[in-house]
Design a protein around this ligand. Sequence first.
Ligand code: LR7
Ligand code: MN
Length: 435
Amino acid sequence: MRSKSRMTLFPIKFVLFLHNYLYVFNKTDFDQDLYVGATVVRPGQDPYARNKFNQVESDKLRMDRAVSDTRHDQYVSTSDLPASSVVITFHNEARSALLRTVVSVLKKSPPHLVKEIILVDDYSDNPEDGALLGKIEKVRVLRNDRREGLMRSRVRGADAAMAPVLTFLDSHCECNDHWLEPLLERVAEDKTRVVSPIIDVINMDNFQYVGASADLKGGFDWNLVFKWDYMTLEQRRARQGNPIAPIKTPMIAGGLFVMDKEYFEQLGKYDMMMDVWGGENLEISFRVWQCGGNLEIIPCSRVGHVFRKQHPYTFPGGSGTVNTRRAAEVWMDEYKNFYYAAVPSARNVPYGNIQSRLEMKKRLGCKPFKWYLENVYPELRVPDHQDIAFGALQQGGNCLDTLGHFADGVVGVYECHNAGGNQVVLLRQHTQVSL
Ligand code: LR7
Ligand code: MN
């Protein structure tokens, strides 16, 4: 009797094991060649024209191509984790890139942790780009009937989500081994944590997958453009004993993160008056920190992203500056003046009504920007009372520019771009002009 019952138990356990740890995606489920083949770059056409990355190289890859495991430590969570809804918004994404994003989610995640993949088609020219993917398991497709921009599109996806945790991805990503579990683990332990993977680089010219440094945090200058900051030597030393510890980050890049759904709602989702692209990453980062949450980069989680240099799409009725200005006006208190000093042209951009966001900030009892600077981003140099003026030194169309040569002190001139950065000149009371 005893041995018989053992015999029947064995296959049940085996099936459970398969269900949890073997990520099966049936390649034959979807005809990649038919889907991607309909939109290939014709001979003589510029492969960069439509996507501002090399579409020919993207189209050559199989939807489930292997990429190297770039983690420096292969920690895998064993906790009981909540399932997640993956929300991906896109506007005119290359079919091959969009398909690889979806397939990599299915292939690299334990199935029970992905409730669904919600694709929000932000009014792409061809409705079939999204609609055809609805045949793939777990994929739900929503289509906007006008261009909404990535913020309202993500909110639409989040509102439709059925799982307790939201995972946002750009539409040209590839998830790496065990990317999801460490992110979910941090959020399951504390829902006020908003977490990002390390974002690896998918080369926009040849589509090679390249591991990114694990020593970076997200930050910005007074021009409020996102940038990567190297951790200080002290911070790096402190991590040597524990390289897989979460990295507190003042800012997230914006596209790839996991957040508890209820917390996303409680904290005001996104600013629905932001359009197209830009600034929402800044806004959600200030908001999370100032209103009591935490932003972290989780080194055990890696996701590749195609970084490119230009936008492939138009900006109907919007510009990144409107969004950035809204973020500055709501969250930065008097420190917004440093932004206007760094980007003088922003002062003239109409930014609409921010009343409801200010009321929300008050209702949530959020801390002032001074607190954020002192506690979250002490590395950011705050101009002090000795700074008399702050701006660019301009002659004709050219401006004084460090040209990136910080170490040797040599400066040059470059066409004025009004974006601050290397062209910010600081006039101080008792010293010389410094860049
Ligand atoms: O009108 C639009 N509607 C959309 O749905 C415009 C864009 N989109 C989609 C688009 O198809 C893509 O999936 O929104 C996503 C983001 O647009 P990208 O890929 O053109 O943006 P990006 O990768 O250049 O920009 C980064 O900053 C943005 C600021 O608004 C967003 O937060 C992006 O999600 C963000 N991407 C990342 O964080 C990936 C790492 C990049 C870095 C650093
Ligand atoms: Mn992107």
